[in-house]
Structures are given as structure tokens and as C-alpha cells.
Design a binder for this molecule. Structure first.
Ligand code: PRP
Length: 212
């Protein structure tokens, strides 16, 4: 197990893009071309092992050493503050953290603001800096529903193309944090497998620079 480089990829579009960069860097894994329902793939020749995990779980695998490397959004790193090394901004998965809500919402300053979000720590930090009294409503998805149904006044969420907001008749009030995908490493693995990790980082760096 240990002579392999274990890499956690986020399931979905970002993971596909990240794997394309790894493939270009020479770390392909032909078994991934016909994945079926398998979650783990090896290339014995390159000594790499990839596994697909929920995007918000990537940092947990890396922090605890089940993966040496991972690809994760900066949003997850800011929200959960895992003890990992952040090696590289890959310049993919670019989006923003934003405050959004119904077009006709007018904030009353004296009233506690109800904020629905998947990112309570990011939201709290943002509003603390404004000394704004808020009530966080922690949801796990489809955040846009909250202001529509009166569960919250606003949302703090990721905006990429803006189409989810637009199609639900919501608008951005403020974009406050640019987000992109990062290459992260387990702190112990970074020492033990340093040569291989440096080589893979180098192979990604040139491509990342083109994306930044
Ligand atoms: C994210 C985010 C928004 C949407 C933004 O949700 O929470 O809902 O993407 O993207 P857009 O600006 O390109 O429309 P995700 O797809 O992760 O699903 P979720 O609502 O289940 O969290």
C-alpha cells in the first residue's frame, strides 16, 4: 500500500477536470476510463491509486493520511480548516462565495439577519467582520430554497455561473471570496513521499499557471 501515491479526487465535474490535469502530467490511470460503480483505481506501473470521494470529504481523507494528496475547493479548506499542506492553486473550479437573496429583500439593520448556508464558519467570519448580528441556518444543499420559502433572509453560498440564482429569481448582493481548487497533501506523507509529491506538483504547476 505505502509505495503507492494515494490521491483523493472530488466526485463530479471538478474531479474530472483535476484528473485531466493529472493525466497530462503523466499520472494517467487507464482503469478510470471505464469506471462503472468502482470507487478506487490503480495504475501499478505509475504506482498511483485514485479514489473518488464526496468533495467535502477530500480534506478528511488527506488530513488523516488515508490519502497522500487530494484536490479540494478553497471553500472547504476555509470552512473546515483541516491540518494539511496546501501545495498549489490549480486555477480550476473558479467561483465566488457570495451573499444572495430575493431581489426585493431590504435589510433592516437593527434586526438579526437570518442566513442559510452550507458554510457556517465562512458566513460567521464574514458577518463578524461587519459586526452584524446573524442567525445561521445550517443546510446541506439546495440553499437557494431558503429565502424563497422564508426560512432565511439571505444565503451565503457558492456562485459559479450564476444560473442557479437566476433560474430561482434570486440575485447576488455581494461577492466576497474568490474560490478555486487546491492541491493538498498529508503532512506526514509530504515528508515520507516528498520526491514523488514534488514531481507531481511540478507536473501540475505548469498547467495551473496557464489557468490562473
Ligand atoms: C452549488 C452551489 C449553488 C450552485 C452554484 O451547488 O451551492 O447551488 O452550485 O452554481 P451556479 O452558479 O453555476 O449555478 P451544488 O451543485 O454543489 O449542489 P447542492 O445545492 O446540492 O449543494
Amino acid at each position: 500500500m505505502s509505495d503507492y501515491l494515494n490521491i483523493a479526487l472530488p466526485k463530479g465535474r471538478l474531479g474530472e477536470k483535476a484528473y485531466a490535469l493529472l493525466k497530462n502530467a503523466g499520472y494517467d490511470c487507464p482503469a478510470m476510463d471505464n469506471p462503472g460503480r468502482k470507487l478506487i483505481f490503480e495504475n501499478p506501473e505509475k504506482k498511483v491509486r485514485y479514489f473518488w470521494v464526496k468533495p467535502s470529504d477530500v480534506a478528511i481523507y488527506v488530513e488523516r493520511g488515508a490519502a497522500d494528496l487530494g484536490i479540494v475547493g478553497k471553500d472547504i479548506l476555509l470552512e473546515y480548516q483541516p491540518q494539511v499542506y496546501e501545495l498549489l492553486d490549480l486555477g480550476i473550479g473558479k467561483c465566488h462565495m457570495a451573499v444572495a437573496g430575493k431581489r426585493d429583500f431590504r435589510e433592516s439593520v437593527g434586526k438579526t439577519l437570518k442566513v442559510a448556508t452550507k458554510f457556517p464558519n465562512i458566513a460567521r467570519t464574514y458577518y463578524n467582520a461587519k459586526c452584524r448580528d446573524i442567525d445561521i441556518i445550517h443546510l446541506n444543499g439546495s440553499i437557494e430554497l431558503a429565502p424563497i420559502l422564508g426560512l432565511s433572509h439571505v444565503i451565503v453560498d457558492i456562485v459559479e455561473t450564476g444560473s442557479t440564482l437566476k433560474e430561482n429569481d434570486l440575485c447576488v448582493f455581494e461577492k466576497f471570496l474568490p474560490i478555486s481548487a487546491r492541491l493538498i497533501a498529508n503532512t506526514a506523507g509530504f515528508q515520507f513521499k516528498n520526491d514523488r509529491i514534488q514531481a507531481i506538483t511540478q507536473g501540475l504547476r505548469a498547467q495551473a499557471e496557464g489557468n490562473l
